[in-house]
Structures are given as C-alpha cells and as structure tokens.
Design a protein around this ligand. Structure first.
Ligand code: DGL
Length: 248
C-alpha cells in the first residue's frame, strides 16, 4: 500500500502520474487541509504534521510514503527518513530539466515561501542552474484557489497573472511548478502567460522514481488485489472528493 500526503488536494497531481504507472496498486491519500496552507508555516510545525500523518499512514499499512508536497519535502523529509523505518519519496523542484530546456536562458520558478527559502531548494538551484538565470515568485493565493476548486475563469486568471507576470517580464520561457497544487492551474498559466512558455511539473519524474524504488525494495509484489484508494482529510473533504472525481 502506497501512502501519499499533502497539505490539501495538491498531491493528487502527483497521484495522477503515479497511477498511470502503477494502476494496480492500493493507495491511501491524506489531505491535511485543516492545517493548509503549509507554505507560510514554520519548519517545526510542518515536521510535527508530517510525523502525525506518517504514523496514521503506517498504522493503515502503508509500506512506502510519497511526500506529495514540495513544502513538506523541504521541511520534513530528512527528519522522517531518520525517524521512521520505511522509504519516503519526496518532490524535487525541476530545475535541472528546465535549465536544459530554456531558450532565453531564464527559468521561472513558482513555489511557496517555505520551499523557496529551504536549503533543499537552494542547493538544487546552485547545482543545476549555473548557466541560466533563475527568477522566482511565490504563487500568491494559488493554493487557496485550488483548495476552493477554482482552477479557471477570471478569478484564477487574475491571481495567476499577478505572480506569473514578473517572471514573464524577466524573460522566463520555462516555468517550473514547485508546488503540487500548481499543476491544476497549468491551463490558466499557459493562457495568462501571454506568450509561448513551457510549464514543467516534476510529478512524472517523481512517479518514475517511486517505481524504481519499489522495484528495488521488492514492494511491487502484486498482492494488493487491484486498484484501490482511500481518501482521508483532516478537515472538510468536499474539495478532496470533487478534485479526485475530476481526475477520473
Ligand atoms: N502542495 C504544497 C506544496 O507542494 C503545499 C502548499 C501549501 O500548503 O502552501 O508545496
């Protein structure tokens, strides 16, 4: 059984990619929406939430956990790996592919405040972005929009445009989505960019990595009995059910 968690519905953008590769597995998805957003919370707060959710997922029988949240990965994954005897797969900001892909030499990164200031992100940027210029912006209000199920229309376009415009004005032609909620806004991002941009979602790469690790660890044993998912949330589950329903 594969566990996934996020501060809300964002991790479903990762689940969507995982399910394409592992359609016969069993999943438990935990949306921590009573504590959402994580983006402005302290590292200690996020570690505490990540521990509580990990206990829950392990008690439910999960043998591997996908931290389907960039902010929680940056804040908590090293603590989780040190404290729990199972494998954790985290999110990586897709700076490396973006640096290869850009033609203008400018890569835009949209992420939460917590991700952008984390050592994990800063190290990735130092390592892979030496020959390109990185411009960053918090996706201000993006998570709240997605948690309300608003991913298109005038309100979404206005909110997206406010954070995207500075990146476009700096010359970015490649936009890295550094928060798992943001892929639900991809169409709005493409529409409001005003010119051709490439949007990079790291979820397909994370899904491929999960498969490799599960193969290595012998976790793909085919005993799950076919596809199954349990959805849990710490708050109201309306958006979780609707967003999940829209994935199908
Ligand atoms: N989906 C999240 C991420 O990938 C969390 C966003 C938030 O709660 O602020 O960073």
């Amino acid at each position: 059984m594969i566990g996934l968690f996020d501060s809300g519905v964002g991790g479903l953008s990762v689940f969507r990619e995982i399910r394409k590769l592992l359609p016969e597995e069993s999943y438990i998805y935990y949306s921590d929406n009573a504590h959402c957003p994580y983006g402005e919370k302290t590292k200690e707060y996020i570690i505490d939430r990540a521990r509580t959710i990990t206990h829950f997922l392990m008690e439910k029988g999960c043998r591997i956990i996908v931290v389907a949240c960039n902010t929680a990965t940056a804040a908590a994954i090293s603590t989780l790996r040190a404290e729990f005897p199972i494998r954790f797969i985290g999110m990586e900001p897709a700076i490396k592919p973006a640096a290869r892909m850009t033609k203008t030499g400018v890569v835009g990164v949209l992420a939460t405040a917590g991700t952008l200031k984390a050592t994990k992100y800063i190290d990735t940027r130092e390592k892979w972005a030496q020959d390109v210029r990185i411009v960053e912006h918090i996706g201000q209000g993006f998570v709240e929009l997605v948690e309300r199920g608003v991913t298109s229309g005038p309100e979404a376009e206005e909110t997206v445009s406010r954070s995207l415009r500075p990146l476009i004005e700096e010359g970015a032609d490649t936009i890295v989505l550094g928060c798992t909620h943001y892929p639900f806004l991809t169409d709005t991002i493409l529409k409001t960019a005003g010119r051709q941009v490439t949007v990079i979602d790291p979820a397909p790469a994370v899904a491929r990595h999960l498969v490799e690790v599960m193969e290595e660890e012998g976790l793909l044993d085919g005993t799950s009995g076919g596809f199954n998912i349990e959805l849990h949330s710490s708050g109201d589950d309306t958006c979780l059910k609707t967003t999940y329903g829209n994935l199908l």
